[in-house]
Design a protein. Structure first.
Length: 420
């Protein structure tokens, strides 16, 4: 029978793959229609709001846009909505698999907030819901008539959430949750506002009524927000692989600057697609912001000191791994082959921070990352790199035996909570 750790890792990979596929479909169609709308030739006679001739795949496409509808509404309409829904659903599943099931490892930081697993999960889920409610109320307030002011307030809200997340969760979880917070707003815009408004317009047309133009105006506002939020969300989703972004003391400010980069980059492409010139200054502004981000990342990465790690109390899961048969041998293997890089001050030339911010210097460090050690160095040959250290097959077998013995000795509740 396949090891549960294998199954869980493959499940995470499958859901992550699905999430990427659906995100590509959603973002691709969104960017295409934004570019199409901006590029329409509106200097044409007739009822259409604009038209565009495009060439692709060996064929020519003649596209016309109607603000309300053509004289005769076709029976079949293609709705672009499932891409958004599938992206959010797969992302929520991935959040649950990685950060909820692995809350003790990836979500909760006892040094910031002494939370139980269920409290951490509750805060995680509630923050996404509350975020959408606040945003929606802002859009439906008189601020909805002042798009620029509304965008500035939304930016402040995102900065506040970034800071708030870093006060509760690990740095990695904080930036990932900020991305999920933003993506929830984007998906909810499609589900609760854009698609329902379009359906109201279609229903009015089929009934012979004149649609109220306010529905199109409201949907356009939400679609514009989604357009400018897309690129920052992508950055935040990728950030969990880069400790320089998520483990910095200034990670919340880095996240805020990323949203500014999203605005400058999208402004360039939106202006270009509208045939209003090439505002190259936006790339200069983006480069300056990115340099500031790199500078902020040079602040010390967040982690306990060696002495604090040695002295801190172990969690029940960590205690099980330390008490398991074979831990002393595995500890010697890890210290001898991994800690030169995975250290608070790495000894490998040119390496300034531990890869992925994973530290393997103390018993607490090793117990905390037991599952990763098993998967990377026991069940596979991913670690350590052959040019740095060499572990024999017998030593890898020791790691596997230690991990499996610890999991077998673990109470069922802890085993399920940690996805072991």
């Amino acid at each position: 029978m396949m090891d549960p750790a294998f199954l869980w890792d493959w499940l995470a990979l499958a859901v992550r793959w699905l999430h990427v596929i659906t995100a590509i479909a959603w973002i691709g169609s969104s960017f295409y229609f934004i570019a199409l709308d901006l590029a329409l030739n509106r200097n044409i006679p007739g009822p259409a709001d604009g038209e565009e001739w495009q060439v692709h795949g060996g064929g020519f496409y003649h596209i016309q846009k109607y603000l309300v509808a053509p004289e005769r509404l076709p029976e079949h309409l293609t709705w672009f909505k499932w891409e958004a829904y599938a992206t959010w659903l797969s992302g929520a599943a991935l959040l649950a698999i990685v950060y909820w099931a692995g809350a003790e490892l990836y979500l909760i930081d006892p040094a910031k907030a002494d939370l139980t697993v269920w409290q951490g999960i509750a805060i995680s889920a509630a923050s996404l819901t509350v975020g959408w409610i606040i945003y929606d109320l802002l859009c439906k307030s008189p601020l909805g008539e002042k798009p620029t002011v509304l965008m500035l307030i939304l930016f402040v809200l995102l900065i506040a959430m970034a800071w708030g997340y870093t006060q509760v969760f690990t740095g990695r979880a904080a930036l990932l949750h900020l991305g999920a917070f933003t993506a929830t707003i984007m998906s909810a815009n499609v589900f609760f506002i854009i698609i329902p408004n379009q359906k109201i317009v279609v229903a009015d047309l089929k009934a012979g009524r004149t649609p109220d133009p306010k529905y199109g105006k409201i949907a356009k506002l939400r679609s514009t927000h989604n357009n400018y939020l897309t690129l920052p969300v992508l950055f935040l989703m990728l950030s969990n692989h880069y400790p320089l972004a998520f483990a910095s003391e200034w990670n919340w400010l880095i996240a805020g600057l990323v949203f500014l980069m999203g605005v400058t980059i999208r402004h360039f492409f939106n202006t270009m697609h509208a045939r209003k010139g090439m505002p190259w200054w936006t790339w200069g502004a983006t480069a300056v912001i990115f340099v500031v981000i790199m500078w902020l990342s040079t602040a010390p990465l967040r982690h306990d000191s060696y002495e604090e790690s040695e002295a801190r109390a172990l969690t029940p899961v960590e205690e099980t791994f330390v008490q398991a048969a074979g831990f002393d041998e595995v500890e010697s293997l890890v210290i001898g082959n991994c800690s030169m890089c995975h250290a608070r001050e790495p000894g490998w030339p040119g390496m300034h921070h531990a890869p992925k911010n994973v530290l393997l210097e103390t018993r607490a460090d090793i117990a905390e990352h037991a599952r990763g050690i098993f998967l990377q160095a026991g069940a596979s040959h991913a670690m350590p790199p052959a040019v740095i250290a060499y572990i024999t097959e017998e030593e890898r077998a020791q790691i596997r035996a230690w991990y499996r013995d610890a999991v077998e000795d673990m109470p069922v509740g802890l085993r399920l909570a940690g996805s072991f």
